[in-house]
Design a protein. Structure first.
Length: 301
């Protein structure tokens, strides 16, 4: 046993933190690993009990990915008994593409609207500014399910049903309040003297934003943009109600269809899920530093 010294207490604390971190890491990564592992196993191997923890050479296959991209599979590897569920596999790639297009459009709209809105709420005072801001934030309290029917009727009336535009508009309405909140909190922590100095040097409002504010607020902008991207990329409720054909169906809808059949290829579903979460994981890895800076350094979380 360690003596009750500062060194002993620090060592026990560090050991406890290390063990807890490993357990949390296993808890978080285990489902992801199992999905990826299953995507490389033959269909028959996935029915084995106990399951294979690693895709050994005997059970390893790329047929699930081949089927998703080409529609060709080997009998006995990707087993699908009903044609409507079989077709879902070949629609994974178009669904991911639709999700990426919609998410990128929503992200750009959030930056174009949420950035200046957050700056205005942080820097200027006008009649009813707090009420307007609180009303904007209150829209985030509404459960998505309560808005599905009104949005469905609205999109049918204006002729936007089963279009990417309808999802872009709905997702933008959902994410802009949070983007505005992040940017407002971020701007509130940036000394206003920087902007005032730029104004004294002859910069107008737009130029001071571009030359001074944006470089200082870059971590907050990236954090808000990634939130908007993730939210719109993985959203399901509106996507399943407001879409009908592959003109607008997203990866979450296609994946649900592939996994919801009476006879399902577990390997193909695992491969589809693996492909679907690659884009957000890559974005999170690339911009991880900016996200941490944006959510902690300025917001004080």
């Amino acid at each position: 046993m360690f003596k009750d010294t500062n060194y002993g207490r620090r060592l026990r604390k560090n050991i406890f933190i290390a063990i807890a971190s490993i357990l949390v890491l296993i808890y978080v990564l285990a489902p992801i690993y199992w999905i990826v592992n299953s995507s490389f196993q033959r269909e028959a191997a996935l029915q084995n009990k106990p399951p294979y923890l690693f895709p050994t050479q005997k059970i390893f296959t790329l047929s699930h990915y081949k089927y998703i991209f080409t529609g060709v599979y080997s009998p006995g590897e990707t087993v699908m008994l009903q044609s409507q569920y079989t077709m879902a596999g070949t629609l994974v790639s178009p669904g991911i593409l639709n999700s990426l297009i919609i998410a990128i459009c929503v992200t750009l709209i959030n930056i174009l609207i949420g950035f200046p809105a957050g700056h205005v709420f942080a820097r200027y005072r006008f009649l009813g500014d707090k009420k307007v801001f609180l009303t904007l934030m209150a829209t985030r309290l509404l459960p998505s399910i309560s808005l599905v029917v009104p949005m469905f009727i609205l999109m049918r009336v204006v002729g936007l049903f089963d279009t990417k535009t309808s999802l872009v508009l709905v997702y933008s309405a959902i994410t802009i309040p949070f983007t505005t909140w992040i940017m407002r909190a971020y701007f509130a922590n940036i000394p206003v003297e920087y902007e005032e100095a730029a104004r004294l040097d002859g910069c107008g409002y737009v130029r001071s934003l571009v030359r001074v504010v944006i470089p200082l607020a870059r971590p907050g902008i990236i954090a808000a943009a990634i939130f908007a991207f993730m939210t719109s990329y993985q959203e399901f409720i509106f996507a399943v109600i407001l879409t009908h054909t592959m003109n607008s169906k997203t990866q979450s809808v296609i994946l649900a269809a592939a996994a919801g059949g009476l006879s399902v290829s577990h390997g193909m579903v695992a491969a589809a899920a693996t492909l679907s979460f690659i884009p957000p994981i890559l974005i999170a890895i690339i911009f991880r530093k900016q996200v941490l800076d944006g959510l902690t350094a300025r917001l004080g979380l």
